[in-house]
Design a protein around this ligand. Structure first.
Ligand code: ZN
Length: 104
């Protein structure tokens, strides 16, 4: 057994009951006990300066587009925005998304 890379206090702790692996949402994070960690929502992202996300269509298309977050409800999880997007180049649904953090 190797030493943990970060102290135990550095890990987020989840809420609620542990979720079995086969029932977990791939767009969510879980703590060591399998409890869901609350995802960053759009309101929290906006408080940290995020105004838009980059949507990236998977290969072979790889089309990229910046999407303003103001058109989505503030309670939506950042990782769920891609579920409501469709690629304007090839028409495929559900691109990868990443927050566009402000430059420091
Ligand atoms: Zn595409």
């Amino acid at each position: 057994m190797t030493e943990p890379r970060y102290p135990a206090t550095a890990y987020s702790s989840g809420q609620g009951d542990p979720v079995p692996r086969h029932r977990r949402n791939p767009r969510r994070a879980y703590d060591r006990e399998g409890r869901e960690i609350r995802p960053m929502d759009l309101e929290n992202a906006a408080q940290n300066g995020v105004r838009s996300i980059r949507a990236i269509c998977p290969p072979p298309c790889r089309h990229e587009r910046e999407v303003a977050l103001s058109r989505f409800p503030s309670t939506m999880a950042v990782g769920d925005v891609g579920l409501y997007l469709r690629c304007s180049a090839c028409g495929r649904k559900g691109p990868e998304t990443e927050p566009m953090w402000p430059l420091r």
